[in-house]
Design a protein around this ligand. Structure first.
Ligand code: AMP
Length: 213
């Protein structure tokens, strides 16, 4: 079983949804999402959040100097534990840095076309009470207006970077950097592809077989 997992794919590929499915099957895995950490810092107006804000608003990558330190700190607090790193590395320098500080067992690539991504991202929202993710086109709550996860009346919250212009920049940034990263992990024989064209709803057995290495 993979102990240190990277989850990779364009914005809107379903990394968050897929990660939460993995965590349901393996609750002992720690989910570390650099995007979530930055958003949390931004919400709390920490020095890190304030430094990252402009980059995030434009859909650009936050400088490696900030991001690498954040990841290093997180991994240091998770030594000896199972983890799933989501949103990192985003370029080859970050991949090299990661190799200096830890070892990776599995690189999961979620594959999905640009058309589908656009629909997913522009329709994406979350429940303000518990953070459960929905989509007005592809993943509405079972009962309109009520959160499947916490049962609260949904107060919609949309990520501030889920808008058309920022999305274009985020997709361009992804496409520019993705190929060399995928090649890097393929060469290390860590690459496993997951078809993410449809909303990912995998069974426990399917997830187990993906994480078996
Ligand atoms: P995400 O939720 O992964 O799409 O990340 C949201 C935003 O956080 C990105 O558009 C970047 O501005 C920033 N970010 C997240 N992860 C990284 C990373 N590994 N390197 C640089 N910036 C990042």
């Amino acid at each position: 079983m993979a102990k240190h997992i990277l989850i990779f794919g364009p914005p809107g590929a379903g990394k968050g949804t897929f990660s939460s499915q993995i965590l349901k099957v393996f609750p002992e895995i720690n989910h570390i999402s650099t995007g979530d950490i930055f958003r949390e810092n931004l919400k709390n107006q920490t020095p890190l959040g304030l430094k990252a804000k402009d980059y995030m608003d434009k859909g650009e990558l936050v400088p490696d100097s900030l991001t690498n330190e954040l990841v290093k700190d997180k991994l240091e607090t998770n030594v000896g534990k199972l983890w799933l790193l989501d949103g990192y590395p985003r370029n080859l320098k970050q991949a090299g840095f990661l190799d200096e500080i830890t070892n990776i067992d599995l690189f999961l690539l979620l594959e999905v076309s640009r058309d589908i991504i656009t629909k997913r991202i522009l329709g994406r929202y979350s429940c303000k009470s518990c953070g459960a993710i929905y989509n007005k086109y592809t993943l509405p709550p079972k009962k309109e207006g009520i959160c499947d996860n916490c049962g609260a009346e949904i107060k919609f919250e949309q990520r501030s970077d889920d808008n058309e212009e920022t999305l274009k920049n985020r997709l361009d940034a992804y496409e520019k950097n993705a190929k060399p990263i995928i090649k890097y992990y393929k060469k290390k024989k860590l690459l496993k592809k997951v078809n993410a064209e449809n909303t990912l709803e995998l069974t426990g057995d399917q997830i187990k077989s993906i994480l078996e290495i």
